[in-house]
Design a protein around this ligand. Structure first.
Ligand code: SF4
Ligand code: SF4
Length: 484
């Protein structure tokens, strides 16, 4: 039986509501549809501290990653415009698009599996939206405008000197931070050298970069200065998917309604159990601290980003009144219902194995994608010619060197035998690392070896030690009237 079925539910001001009516509206919107601005109380406690540490580590990674190089390659570069991609220093090309697509699908499946088992831990601990909002912008807001009550008072008061300078200072810092974070985002797209050049040489020398940076800055500022939690509650597709991903065994931030109800105000010295009261003292600390403006005691809600602020707030209250911590905690609905602690179930183990297997599969594909990609294409309109008992076809070759070393290569016909290569230049073709070499070769076969007008052949590309580096299957044309 759920909380809604089990108890009477109260709204934000403690009034009794019909079960489930809280699902009829969202916490950040008035009945009229007007936005209700959320002034969350500054969170503090064990989980907040851990989350802050994780957030700062991830922010440091965000600021450092654009400058990391591996063997001269950027650690991460996602240049969509020039179709240049580097992940963990490994170049990926449009030819590797299937790997990136597969990686994205595997990533999505991993997120889904992880969510089914562990809920929205990603939202609360790792999501850039939460990290930037709660660990950067909100902290600056607390520092300038003070905690919840002071912010509400400032919001209500007229535009006097205090309000003007506090709001101006906050918005100026927000804008400058948006500008800085956007530059780092841009470094992941075009590389830090290009961003430095844009900054040094000015917008007129690099108008495209400048316009993109300004658009990103505006979007960044809009999201963190104004739109805020609405990204999670109204826009984010991952948030919207929660309804179909989680079930009764999913771990999430939960209010233990069996222990907490019937909620009632705290009276010193009272034996709450004896008078039929639960452990919730109805202090609303879990509500005022919530950055998405919901009451977790209403039950699991799509708006909850599992930020843990309500866990810390309630634990602090429980300590003050001498009751056990954990009235709000990480738990599954089943655990609350059955009052038995969550176990590391067979389902979770199976999900973990599946997650590891998927990662290994992707790793295997990436490891085996090869250092060189060779292609031999017959130029459009080209055919064959016969001279001195030899049939000749021409091919354009493209060698893409995906490794971190320069390669010198030769070409041989693997199948069928007796094919000869005629190079238009040197027989040793050099391809610099991360570069493409293009050229033309001709292949000849003795007339008597070719008994089809269109015969499949395999061309091999070898290094100077004679090792086969890549091969390519194509076809060889001959006169139509040859014997079959
Ligand atoms: S209900 Fe609790 S965990 Fe969920 S968003 Fe609000 S404060 Fe964070
Ligand atoms: S903080 Fe804890 S005790 Fe206070 S209202 Fe929330 S659940 Fe009840």
């Amino acid at each position: 039986m759920s909380l809604a079925e089990n108890t009477e539910i109260r709204g934000g001001q403690g009034q009794v509501l019909d079960p489930e009516t809280y699902r009829d509206s969202i916490g950040t919107m008035e009945q009229s549809g007007k936005r209700k601005w959320v002034f969350p109380k500054k969170p503090k406690g064990k989980y907040t501290n851990y989350r802050t540490i994780v957030a700062y580590i991830l922010l440091a990674i965000y600021l450092i990653v654009p400058f990391i190089k591996i063997n001269g390659n950027p650690f991460l570069l996602l240049n969509v415009i020039d179709r240049e991609f580097f992940i963990a220093g490994q170049p990926f090309y449009p030819q590797d698009f299937f790997l990136l697509t597969l990686g994205a699908i595997v990533g999505l499946v991993c997120i889904i599996i992880f969510t089914i088992a562990f809920g929205r831990i990603f939202c609360g601990w790792i999501c850039p939206q939460t990290i930037f909002l709660e660990s950067v912008f909100r902290k600056i807001e607390f520092a300038i405008e003070g905690d919840r009550n002071k912010q509400m008072k400032l919001d209500r008061q007229e535009w006097n000197a205090e309000k003007i300078w506090k709001k101006s200072l906050k918005w100026t810092i927000f804008f400058l931070l948006s500008l800085v974070f956007t530059h780092f985002m841009m470094m992941v797209i075009v590389g830090y050298e290009e961003v430095f050049k844009t900054v040094a040489e000015g917008p007129f020398a690099h108008p495209t970069n400048f316009i993109v940076i300004m658009l990103f800055t505006a979007a960044f500022y809009f999201v963190f200065a104004w739109f805020r939690e609405q990204v999670c509650t109204l826009v984010c597709p991952y948030g919207r998917l929660q309804g179909v991903l989680i079930d009764k065994e999913t771990i999430n931030v939960f209010y233990d309604y069996k222990r907490g109800e019937n909620r009632a105000k705290w009276r010193k010295g009272e034996d709450r159990r004896a008078v039929g009261k639960g452990d919730c003292i109805d202090c609303f600390q879990c509500v005022v601290v919530c950055p998405t403006g919901i009451d977790i005691r209403d039950g699991q809600q799509l708006e909850c980003v599992n930020c843990t602020a309500c866990i810390d707030a309630c634990d602090e209250v429980m300590v003050k009144v001498g009751l056990p911590k954990g009235l709000i905690r990480y738990a599954s609905e089943k655990e609350i219902e059955t009052e038995k602690p969550t176990q590391f179930t067979g389902r979770m183990k199976a999900f973990m194995i599946l997650l590891v297997a998927l990662q290994m599969f992707l790793g295997f594909l990436i490891y085996n994608r090869g250092d060189l990609e060779a292609k031999f294409i017959k130029p459009a309109g080209s055919t064959f010619f016969v001279r001195d008992g030899l049939i000749t076809n021409t091919y354009s070759y493209t060698f893409l060197n995906k490794s971190n070393d320069k390669k010198t290569l030769t070409i041989k016909v693997i199948e069928p035998a007796h094919g000869e290569i005629i190079y238009s230049g040197s027989s040793k073709i050099t391809v610099e690392k991360d570069k493409i070499a293009k050229g033309t070769i001709s292949i000849t076969f003795p007339e008597k070896e070719m008994n089809l007008s269109k015969q499949n052949i395999t061309i091999g590309v070898y290094d100077l030690k004679g090792n086969l580096v890549d091969s390519y299957d194509t076809y060889f044309e001959g006169p139509f009237n040859l014997q079959f």
